[in-house]
Design a protein around this ligand. Sequence first.
Ligand code: SF4
Ligand code: ZN
Ligand code: ZN
Length: 314
Amino acid sequence: MILLKCTRCKKRLAIFFRPYSGESLCQHCFITSVEGQVKRIISKYAMFKPDDRIAIAVSGGKDSVALLHILTKIEKQFPAAEVIAITIDEGIKGYRDEAIRIAKENCKILGVEHVICSFKDLYGYTLDEIVKITRDREMGPCSYCGVLRRRALNIASRKVEADKLATAHNLDDEAQTILLNVIHGDVTRIARVEPVLCAEPPLKFIPRVKPICEIPENEVALYAYLLGIKFQSTPCPYIGTALRHEIRQILNRLETRHPGVKFTIIRMAEKIRPMLKKGLTPVELQRCRVCGEPTTGNICKPCEALRKLDFLKY
Ligand code: SF4
Ligand SMILES: [Zn+2]
Ligand SMILES: [Zn+2]
């Protein structure tokens, strides 16, 4: 086996080959290149102000824990900025408990304040209870989980008085979401897969940013591994039930044979987004009639989901 020298420093031996750019990188250059890419994404989309209080959604998985480490490092260069970690406990027995422990450990190492917010406290149900009630019906566990988690994150970010909420969606997540929306024929949602999501005040929506949205999942994992960062690797027991899982496998197969496919998908969405927005009636957010949270209809998705649950229970 021939060991290549790093394309960047030309000194150390390469440990990673980046197929879409043709670079071979040593450990040092790989780590600095990932951190540099995150800084570039943050500045490209003007994600933060120097004095922002940033809530980071930390599930305990590799992406969110890596994001926590990277943002904490970057935040040190901005003395007026603050980071705080938020973990949503959906109530998935044997899975989320371990993730919470790992999230806690990482926050302790980094000296970051950690807040946990549970589905049970907010909605009266754990996800496991929801799955029992809704078994074999049209909305799967991931649909409930996604809708309720997004709402929980907004509530928790507001509680900690965050200016922004940073989530760890990586390049793979974004490419999958775009394809999912294509498959569902949901044009409005294709336009809404954005690195920054805002709403006009006085709506109670904390702006969301995705600082690792252009970093491939395998690079986030390698970054965490090389730095010895602890993260949860056991998958969620409900993961196999989602269409997203199938799309993930298809995209990974395509990426191996045609490096750069995932980037092409998000660049395509970036190009057509302004056209889609022009052609579509603008989505106007208003307050949900039940809970007062921001929504596009009269009643928000979480309230609709909870109503359905209350109905199905009996
Ligand atoms: S796989 Fe589905 S149920 Fe599990 S945490 Fe993710 S969205 Fe929730
Ligand atoms: Zn190097
Ligand atoms: Zn509501």
